[in-house]
Design a protein around this ligand. Structure first.
Ligand code: HAM
Length: 408
């Protein structure tokens, strides 16, 4: 039954998988908000031309990975492969590309038709930030601090790699140089012929060899740009953020200039990039908006979730029942306890299993406490609170004391 199959690379998410993903999303959202970034949500469908003009027509993403289709009016649309272009489009469309500095974040699904493997899916989730309107290296530092905070909170070990691409002119000069430099190399793939800079992250051994002797992009920077790169590195040193310079790091999307960076994790095999970003000063103007500087990053929520393998969430109170008659009282207790402390996870068991089975279930699901409500509890408004994690005697509590026990 093909209609019941999931689409390759787009798994249903349930159980532990969704717990890990949603935990990572929550940490990202809280961190973004703690840096005073505001959410901006765009549709998952955009005109394909938007990505051709931003991510780049000759990029691997637009050449091979985009899900595109025509709608009923023959408009060529695509599922968004990334979040930056849509966010910039939204700024322009809504007249938000003004002088005020914008600190924005987004979370949501992205789509790339890649070969699925560990850490690589066709529908995956990104969390990203974009800092619009600030030209200073402090803005680059601010977004690296956000990235670092998230990775620290999730206790993920990773290595930060940085590079500096200069401006559109430098990139053009470097591209021209590479075009000449690679011109005698036979069998150059199409994507390198179209955009020689892509030779830097090519996996082709022949190109890799040749590129090991090529000049690097930093050789093409002018004094101001080299100074800016130096300033960023000094600030990272001052804050104590470790990094490695990687002159081959160019990123797979065309809109970058200035500082670019990636965080890599050794726990993921081939798909080791967990977070990537950088400066894209020309993009807003190129797409038809004001000439505003911008920088940002996106992280792969699924990839981080694979690395953290969340310690399953600890749950607080399991409220079981001896019989159907006492269930409404059990539900009232659960309702009141959640009102006392909305961060608690409280289960009201609604099935008919024996008390022994209910307690086993509570234990296996990771609950810290359990109470079982029956006729006595209903009559006397008193319960026995069982500690499922520590070997302690049951606590006999009146309803009022039980509520106090769980209040925040
Ligand atoms: P990106 O490097 O293409 O950058 O993607 C960011 C992150 O998304 C990657 O580091 C990776 O963790 C995750 N990712 C990418 N493809 C997949 C996949 N097929 N499966 C699972 N995870 C994946 C961007 O998208 C830029 N828009 C980032 C940015 C924001 N630059 C400036 N602002």
């Amino acid at each position: 039954m093909t209609d019941l199959k999931t689409i390759r690379g787009m798994p249903d998410l349930y159980g532990e998988n969704i717990e890990d993903i949603s935990m990572v999303e929550k940490v990202c959202q809280k961190t973004f908000q703690s840096f005073n970034f505001q959410e901006l949500r765009t549709p998952i469908l955009e005109n394909k031309s938007l990505f051709n003009r931003s991510v780049g027509e000759s990029s691997e993403i637009m050449q091979k990975e985009v899900y595109e289709f025509k709608d009923r009016k023959d408009n060529l649309l695509c599922l968004r492969p990334e979040g930056t272009a849509g966010l910039v489009r939204a700024l322009i469309t809504n007249g938000l590309d003004n002088d005020e500095i914008k600190k924005l974040f987004y979370l949501g699904p992205m789509f790339r038709y890649e070969r699925p493997q560990k850490g690589r899916k066709r529908q995956f989730f990104q969390a990203g930030v974009e800092l619009i309107g600030d030209q200073s290296s402090d803005a680059d530092i601010e977004i690296i601090l956000i990235a670092n905070t998230i990775l620290e909170k999730l206790k993920i070990k990773s290595d930060l790699e940085i590079n500096y691409l200069g401006n559109v002119e430098n990139l053009k000069n470097y591209n021209d140089y590479l075009e000449k430099y690679l011109s005698e190399t036979s069998d150059l793939p199409d994507y390198v012929m179209k955009n020689p800079i892509r030779a830097l992250d090519s996996k082709d051994e022949n190109i890799k060899n040749k590129m090991s002797k090529a000049k690097s992009i930093t050789d093409f920077l002018n004094k101001d740009q080299s100074d800016e790169f130096f300033k960023i590195k000094s600030k990272l040193d001052e804050i104590g953020i470790k990094y490695k310079e990687n002159v081959k790091l160019v990123r797979g999307l065309d809109y970058y200039n200035g500082l670019v960076f990636e965080f890599l994790s050794s726990d993921l095999g081939a798909q080791n990039a967990i977070l990537g970003g950088g400066r894209y000063d020309g993009l807003i103007k190129k797409l038809g908006g004001r000439d505003l500087p911008a920088t940002g990053f996106a992280l792969g929520v699924d990839r981080l979730a694979e690395v953290v393998k969340a310690s399953s969430q600890s749950k607080d109170l399991f409220i079981g029942c001896v019989d159907k008659e006492s269930r409404t009282y059990a539900q009232t207790l659960g309702y009141k306890i959640r009102k006392e402390n909305s961060s608690l996870i409280v289960e009201n068991y609604l099935g008919n299993a024996s008390v022994a089975k209910q307690l086993k279930k509570a234990d296996s699901q990771g609950f810290k406490f359990a109470i079982i409500v029956g006729q006595d509890e209903l009559k006397n408004k008193k319960v026995k609170l069982k500690n499922l994690k520590e070997d302690k005697p049951d606590l006999e509590l009146k309803e009022k004391d039980l509520l106090e026990h769980f209040e925040c």
